[in-house]
Design a binder for this molecule. Sequence first.
Ligand code: AMP
Ligand code: ZN
Length: 464
Amino acid sequence: MRIYNTLTRSIEEFVPLEEGKVKLYTCGPTVYHYAHIGNIRNYIGHDVLDKTLRLLGYDVYRAMNITDVGHLTSDSDSGEDKMEVARKREHKSAMEIADFYTKAFFHDFALVNCKMPEVVSPATANIEDYIKIITVLLDKGYAYVSGGNVYFDISKLDDYYVLTNHQEDQMVVGARESVEEDDNKRNQADFALWFTTSKFENHELQWDSPWGRGYPGWHIECTGISIKYLGERLDIHGGGVDNIFPHHTNEIAQSEAYLGHPWCHYWFHNEHLLDESGKMSKSKGAILTVSVLKENGYDPIAFRFMCLGSHYRKQLIFSYEALDQAEATLKKLRNRVNNLTEDGEVQEDAYNDYFNKFKDALSDDLNTSNALTILYDLLKDDKVNGSTKISLVKKFDEVFSLDLLKTDEVDSELVEYIEKKIEERKEAKKNKDFALADSIRDELASKGIVLLDTREGTKYQINK
Ligand code: AMP
Ligand code: ZN
């Protein structure tokens, strides 16, 4: 597979660290509000990458964080923690906020057929790991304590700006609001690893640390969670383009300083979804979510289809006209597929030919629109029989995840198990045993079964 690597600014042949295996990390959402459809476009991009790697035969192990502490209203170290802002807005505890929006996120994530990563871990669950890393960074002289906070000293590195190639225009994307000077810092680009209460006295979430009670900076969580679950070397790490600076730049700095060797080989970044007025924002105005699209009568998979029609490294402008069109085209496509009939043996040569073309399209830096063209070519090819077409569509849909084929195959044992668990969870909730209810949801999630709490009761989705 060939994939664009932000680190080298070129499309490279993908070579995993260990043959046949891929360690993949995705920066997860900040759960202070609903994830908008732009955020979801980013996770669809990662889902396509994950599923393509699996289709190509790799054994993928993927981890993702949930940012429930430390992400300030500015991407630099100024402003208030986003969770604190939400806490004041909604008069709830930070953990209630995080829990509510994490569920809402995975609800929408499942609606667009995104597969659960093997590991999903909230930032607040790994505090001791960050403390360990920060302690080592202080011991090695990469970090310093000032004004009660711990900062990373970027002047200790030969090339802090390796990911952005020192391009000012890339750097300002994340740091656009960083106008506030922090007198505690030796260099203004230094970043916080740990805040103590000296900065925000009313911060609800605080932990003891060798530097005083406080909480971690935003960047350290991804380093901590990634190293904890995926080890000291990583194949691919990804996020949206706004994560390049400062978030991923800081992650590389602290991870490599801590480990003493190169950390992640490929950096994968998805371009943004824009609305007609420009960049979508979670913190301003009404938030357009996948659930809102669904409430307005849209098929959420039409949104996924719309995303697959454009390249992940190109900006995409959302409009209802484009979504209407995507929905109509998807409907026609599903009709064509469902009119296919099994009519004999699968034609091996034709199968291999189309499957290889499909893999080539995706191996070309995830060219999903070309992969869709291969599907259309297949459907109109008179020389290929129905059975071959059906087998190929099933295979293609392992990556597309557009529910192209209606399937009547039901694993009755699995359904029985899920329904029993849903009942147990309902009972636990009735008894106000929320810990049990959550552990049932997590148990199902670890098996790729996502629960959707709807007005009509709890529904579920089985991710392949
Ligand atoms: P956040 O919840 O703000 O931390 O964002 C979650 C992910 O969505 C991050 O990886 C961002 O880079 C990405 N993201 C934010 N805005 C957009 C957008 N408009 N389009 C695509 N991805 C986005
Ligand atoms: Zn991250």
